[in-house]
Design a protein around this ligand. Sequence first.
Ligand code: NAP
Length: 304
Amino acid sequence: MKIALVGIGKIAVDQHVPAIAGGPDWELAATVSRSGKVDGVEAFTSIEDMLSARPDIGTVSLCLPPVPRFQAAQAALLAGRHVMLEKPPGATLAEVHILHDLARAQGVSLFATWHSRCAHGVASAKAWLADRTIREGRVIWREDVRKWHPGQDWIFEAGGMGVFDPGINATSILTEILPMPIYLTGAEIDIPGNRQAPIAARLQFSGNITADFDFREQGPQTWDMEFVTDGGHLALRNGGNKLEIDGKAVEGDDKILGAEYPTLYAQMAQLIGEKRCDVDLSPMVLVADAFTLGRRNTVEDFEF
Ligand code: NAP
């Protein structure tokens, strides 16, 4: 199937292009980006131009930041194309509900992807937790924004989500593996004085689960979650890629993102074959509720 990639930035180059090239289902037939390009692939600077020039391209994968994503997704769906959304799937929840309704009306597939759910240890963690009672849980997601999002000013704009851009990966895993639904009960959010989006956040959820997200981590980076249950201790480390049970490594390794994007593209091909959508907004509901319920602190200005 022919696919177009929109927004040729860091994640498109690092993950989407190799995942499309390496899988059996897809051919990268066009890109849409104001400055980014992929060698040997027809490049457009506007999605409308691509959609009208290339009716043979049935699927569009959007790697834009969340704020400009809705307009591009709507244009592609109205043109009868299947659409794949990077995470977070939109700038607001209502946008994504509208896209989902539009996809169903058009009879095409919409996939709101959550790449961290495809990390090595996630499915096994979910299976292990399924018949246990969680007594306590702790998520620590601390990384250096200068290392992972160099110069991406959009991340600190309104709608860029700040530290919730990586933090939503944690909530995507939480909402996948926990045997019960959770909801936010409290939050504290730190916003630099010269920015619109948080640089750190501490969250409390039902079920005695907490989360600590921070974009200012120097030295070792941490993307871990741990749970104390009635039947032992589970730790999922390295962004869901390494599973430990009672302190012993049982699955995965220290690599990040290895198979996540090839899995997403295989899932997209399957959704199209089955004429289905996959739009789970539960990870984003927890983040939106942190903005709604959270107490705000103004902290030191931040520059890249
Ligand atoms: P990025 O490097 O800034 O790339 C985004 C691209 O979108 C830009 O290169 C830009 O290309 C295009 N764009 C169009 N309108 C834009 C606007 N108003 N502001 C900024 N860029 C705009 O960002 P990214 O890291 O690839 O992230 C994109 C999405 O992928 C985000 O939703 C992010 O959460 C997700 N993601 C990122 C990572 C990661 O490690 N970086 C991992 C997983 C998921 P042109 O200027 O050429 O149009």
